[in-house]
Ligand binder design. Structure first.
Ligand code: AMP
Length: 458
């Protein structure tokens, strides 16, 4: 179906044409007509599927009539991270170039006063992270009773970051009669529960996960010792010797590792920037901008900081560490091979990573080939030495599978397990308690149950 049949306004159609999109993506085709008829929508889709335009385009069409009043935004979009919020703002600027709409970004890490001035002028589209939004509300700077449409984006990410209580609160502050568009990549039970609470008779739109659409990306594993300096040397050699290298995002599991690797690459005279949750907003924006513009060739990032970011034209992704959660692997390698371009994703694997690699291969439904020699059986840690890891035993966190086999042909996909992702983004405001505690411990990768508050008897 062409864009012209979806019911979008002429101005919006002109913007789509200017963006050069040949046809709507499946989520756009399925969601846009329902959004325009004011139905609630439950979209199960990840970044990279065109979901941002699936809500921005119909919103722009609907906002052509009516005017915003001071401190009373007409629509509200909630995003889990500042970068994602900024990315949505860019979409409104891009697609709404021909419209005079006021778009405000309310995120942490930047001055309240500028945001306050924008709110005062009247806002058609308010894009916010939950914490800063509630701060403005509590200061009496914002009224949410004029919100006609609410978008909750990346809901499962919000859950991982402990934002759901904030979202529940915000939902009580906006009118019951508003339209709600709810996007999530996965449907864990807690998300299922809140959809029942937030949405009224929604249209469900589900599009395939990027896990099934990485055909353009060559995936490889490379053997390494487990010492950081060994991994760093391998990484440098990979960067220097990779064919068709243009630029790369390098993922680490911890914020401290991002910083260390960044320093080391600079010492070795690579052009590199770092992106992680401990950096202040201006440093994060500067790092992203310099990478997007091509001023630096390497972006070293943690999962949360980089998740969902739309950076076109990334030739390589390097996993300096194997992610502990297979779902993060899919997100990481989804940064390359975008928009029909080919990409390469290389994962540095040490002997203790075999279980994590096996989980990734299970999720993506195929074995990943080794670059060079695969490890011999003796080089990997032995298969399960205990039936079940003891609760709280750090050494039991994965990593004891048997590996070292040659790549096998792709197996059929199995139902992916519900993903759990690491907490490492800087929260801009008082998060709900478990998230607050999880964040301060995030670098040590403790199991989630250890991060829950415990009651201590007097
Ligand atoms: P998103 O899933 O919203 O992060 O979008 C991913 C990328 O797809 C963005 O770079 C968009 O510019 C691009 N995009 C969105 N809609 C379309 C479309 N209909 N055709 C081609 N590219 C698109």
């Amino acid at each position: 179906m062409p864009f012209s049949k979806l019911g979008l306004s002429d101005k919006v159609l002109a913007a789509v044409k200017a963006a050069g999109y040949p046809a709507p993506t499946p989520i756009q085709e399925q969601a846009i007509p329902h959004v325009l008829t004011r139905r609630d929508v439950l979209g199960i889709a990840q970044t990279g599927t065109g979901k941002t335009a699936a809500f921005t385009l119909p919103m722009l069409t609907m906002l052509e009539t009516g005017r915003a009043r001071a401190r009373m935004p007409r629509t509200l979009i909630l995003e889990p991270t500042r970068e994602l919020a900024a990315q949505v703002e860019e979409s409104f600027i891009k697609y709404g170039a021909k419209q005079k709409l006021n778009v405000a970004l309310i995120i942490g890490g930047v001055s309240f006063d500028d945001q306050d001035m924008k709110l005062m002028r009247g806002v058609d589209v308010l894009i916010a992270t939950p914490g800063r939004l509630l701060d403005h509300f509590e200061r009496g700077r914002l009224l949410l009773t004029g919100v006609e449409l609410l978008v909750i984006d990346e809901a499962d990410r919000m859950l991982d970051m402990g934002f759901i209580p904030d979202i529940e609160r915000i939902c009580k502050l906006v009118p019951f009669t508003r339209q709600t568009l709810f996007f999530t990549a996965t449907m864990p039970p807690e998300i299922q529960r809140v959809t029942g609470q937030f949405l009224h008779n929604p249209i469900k739109v589900e599009v395939s996960r990027p896990a099934t659409t990485v055909a353009n990306t060559t995936q490889l594993l490379v053997k390494s010792g487990s010492k950081p300096h060994e991994k760093r040397e391998i990484l440098r050699n990979l960067i220097r010797s990779s064919d068709s290298f243009k630029n790369a995002i390098i993922f680490c599991n911890r914020k401290t590792e991002v910083a260390q690797l960044h320093r080391s690459l600079l010492r070795h005279e690579f052009s590199a920037a770092a992106l992680h949750g401990d950096l202040d907003q201006s440093a994060r924006t500067a790092a992203l901008d310099s990478f997007r513009k091509g001023d630096v060739k390497l972006l070293i990032a943690s999962d949360v900081a980089a998740r969902g970011l739309d950076i076109p034209d990334v030739s390589h992704v390097f996993n300096f560490d194997v992610p502990h959660h297979a779902d993060d692997y899919v997100h990481r390698i989804g940064r390359t091979g975008r928009a029909g371009k080919s990409g390469t994703a290389i994962t540095i694997v040490s002997s203790s990573d075999s279980k994590s690699v096996a989980a990734i291969e299970k999720l993506i439904g195929q074995s990943i080939a080794w670059m060079g020699e695969p490890p011999h059986a003796g080089e990997t840690e032995p298969v399960e030495t205990r039936e079940r890891p003891r609760r709280g035993d750090r050494s039991s966190r994965g990593n004891r599978g048997q590996r070292g086999r040659k790549p096998a042909p792709a197996k059929p996909r199995e139902a992916p397990p519900a993903p759990v992702t690491l907490l490492d983004d800087a929260r801009e405001r008082r998060p709900s308690k478990p998230a607050q505690e999880a964040e301060s411990f995030s670098d040590s990768h403790l199991p989630a149950f250890l991060l829950r508050p415990v009651r201590v008897k007097a």
